[in-house]
Design a protein around this ligand. Sequence first.
Ligand code: 5GP
Ligand code: MG
Length: 201
Amino acid sequence: MKTGGAHIFSWPIRHPELVEGSVPLFAWAMTPGRVLLTQTQIRARVQQLGKSLTRHYRGKRPIFLGVMNGALFFLADLVRAIDLDETEISCVRLASYAGTNSTGKILGLDALDDSIAGRHVLIVDDILDTGRTLSALVARLKKLGAADVKICVLLQKRGKQEVPLHANWIGFKIPNHFVVGYGLDYDGRYRGLKQVRILTD
Ligand code: 5GP
Ligand code: MG
């Protein structure tokens, strides 16, 4: 994390609606910079992941559980890249309890119920950062009696993981930058970008 200027106030307020009165003062200064992943690279990798998931889940009836809002486009593209007779899609909206630091308290887990019991669940998320969100989600799904829980993330940040967690499918391993686009937002913005780009000031 940089300590100068805009970064102090704007990084990484992931869910500013949860941090009352905490408005990223220099949000205007942060814009999508260098393209890390092009649309073509993302498309090609999603197709590969789709093939691998098809092989793995053939004969099963998995639930693809998207973590909203970040996984919105990834989930939609991934599901269309797999070739299975029966795939259910479900979504859960999770948010970190505090904006600037991952406390491990995750909002939204209560929305999941025991309809998940006995099912093969594939969690689909945008990015694995500290791993706290997905680790809490996995624990909750297991508590609800899921038969099997696996994880597919579009991105994994190198050197950021704080809790032991294995992602079974990873689209791309990326350096430690705050990225936006293809579903990933900054303060609600830039989700619609077709590439993944590094947020810069
Ligand atoms: P965790 O730290 O729990 O692994 O990550 C929780 C969530 O923080 C991710 O699912 C994602 O929504 C958000 N996040 C983490 N790193 C980034 C990033 O570089 N860009 C954006 N837009 N969101 C991120
Ligand atoms: Mg997310």
